[in-house]
Design a protein around this ligand. Sequence first.
Ligand code: C5P
Length: 671
Amino acid sequence: MFSTAFLDIPPLQGASGTVTLPGSKSISNRVLLLSALCQGTTVVHDLLASDDTRVMLAALRQLGCGVDAQGTTVTITGLGGQLKHHDAIEFFMGNAGTAMRPLTAALAVLGGDFTLKGVPRMHERPIGDLVDALRLLGCKIDYLGNDGFPPLHIGQPTLKVDAPIQVRGDVSSQFLTALLMALPLAAQKQDIVIDVVGELISKPYIDITLNLLARYGIAVKRDGWQRFTIPQGCSYQSPGTIHVEADASSASYFIALGAIAEGDGIRIQGVGAASIQGDIRFMDAAAQMGAIISSGNNWLDIQRGAWPLKGITLDCNHIPDAAMTLAVMALYADGPSTLRNIASWRVKETDRIVAMATECRKLGATVEEGPDWITVHPLPNGQPIHASAQGQWKAASIHTYDDHRVAMCFSLAAFNADQLPVRIEDPKCVAKTFPDYFEALFSVAHANTQDIPVICIDGPTASGKGTLASRVAQALGYHYLDSGALYRVTAYAALKAGLSLEASDEGLIADLARTLPVRFEGDTVWLGREDVSEAIRTEQAGMNASKVSVLPGVRTALVALQHSFQRLPGLLADGRDMGTVIFPDAPLKVFLTASAAKRAERRHKQLISKGISTTLDSLRADLEARDARDSSRSVAPLKAAQDAYQLDNSSLSVEASIDQVLAWWQAKQPF
Ligand code: C5P
């Protein structure tokens, strides 16, 4: 996840490949409970890993369900309507509404001696309408705190199911979902009728419930959205294997990506056209705009079709969340697009009509808006476009209003024809539904290499390059290349292979370096399967690195590996020749120095804190020897690039140095 203040997305050129999207939360917990109520075993694939599902799984284990979790595949051995444990069990529901409501209903119908509680916030979330409905049915439920709210105690019911059960539909559709999932337990002898009182909200979620019940053998009869009948004699039948669909709203960004980006197309794994989630209908709108979409059981393939896209006018009431993505697609169209019937945008995470209009205008577009509609005019897309289009693309810093969907859909503006980067402010707001959204985007999107920014920080030993570079990388969400580590690992591998570090073995060391199986994982450095993080950090390892680094063959052998670190969204590279040899076109180069005395002092402190005893004098002598060798070698000697900014940090704090580099960087941005 990117938890930086902002994320700069370089201009993107195309996209191809496969993305696997996280599972839908609503489907995950329904599937777990239904699997638990079945007889026999259900293998659940692609379960979402989240707080809500962890709470549900823990509760099912407490009830005696078999739960065998292997990554995102979980095998549930159901209870078959009979509880194995029902005495004095206390369940902790955290803040998981999708676990609390359905479990309350199921446990109340099954009966036992159960206490359900949660975090303080859970004790403020209403459950009274559900408890009222269950009490009408003869369930025994007591409030342990405030009336109408958890915690609850559940006892043995005396079920009476002859009269219709009434439940309110206008507070949360989860109450109706909970009853629909639990009441088949009580329908042995007669039909059970549930009447919804008041207007039912969130109907697509009830559709998900009914669809999943059907997968588990329960065919609920629906009369409008007012009356639901559970047929007499029905019983939960395990589907054997079930896949949790990926979240259909999350899919909209990648459907749009496939429609906009040149390339071999995008495959979305985890959700298909037959999805039970309402937002999947976004694909029809995308197809209308030009996308070519095909689908199978559990996947979607998207190719760019019409280009520019076609402007549309669409009633978006049925896909309110995913429709925001259409507003950004509209920037790439051949004429204006109008999205109608989107009044609900005004009362979401933010006023989404204002947000989308404001941010599209920042990109240069003309936008009109009304109480429940928005019209977005396209920007030039390298083709003759509609006469009403005005303006041209501008580099914009997109404000995201703590709204995950604003952040995700505006990332797609990086395909603009003017090759401008896009800044997304507060990118971590995507965590609400898709923490790794940007990682998923960067795994399929590509940019021209020269557009992927590289910041080089070169300088002598112990100048603090590593700390500075990795901290700046963190602040920008960029990758980090510690090129010194590559020379250290090469020397380590050469010695291990019994080679000498002298010119006589240059060819053999170069061969080793060319195929070096080195991998960086946080602070850990792997050479094949060996963790060499400690071994390459000693003073001796630094000296050895300095020896192999004078060999021209070794330096050449490491070039391709260093270039491979230049990946989206950007790179911080530290070393001796990053700015002069490896990334000579880098847009920012910094040459970091500090006096030899200061550097020796820092290294001394570092070593002492690791419990290694040395003297200042010997350290300083070592540093100077290495500086001399690094600066005097014939290839890629240590020196500042002509266009490098000099930074002497002898009397600067680390924070001040970071701020300085970030300020130089910001001054080069178009935002
Ligand atoms: O930066 P670090 O101390 O880890 O580098 C170890 C040695 O590797 C340096 O003294 C230098 O000789 C060599 N090196 C290099 N070019 C780089 C990075 C490091 O020659 N880009």
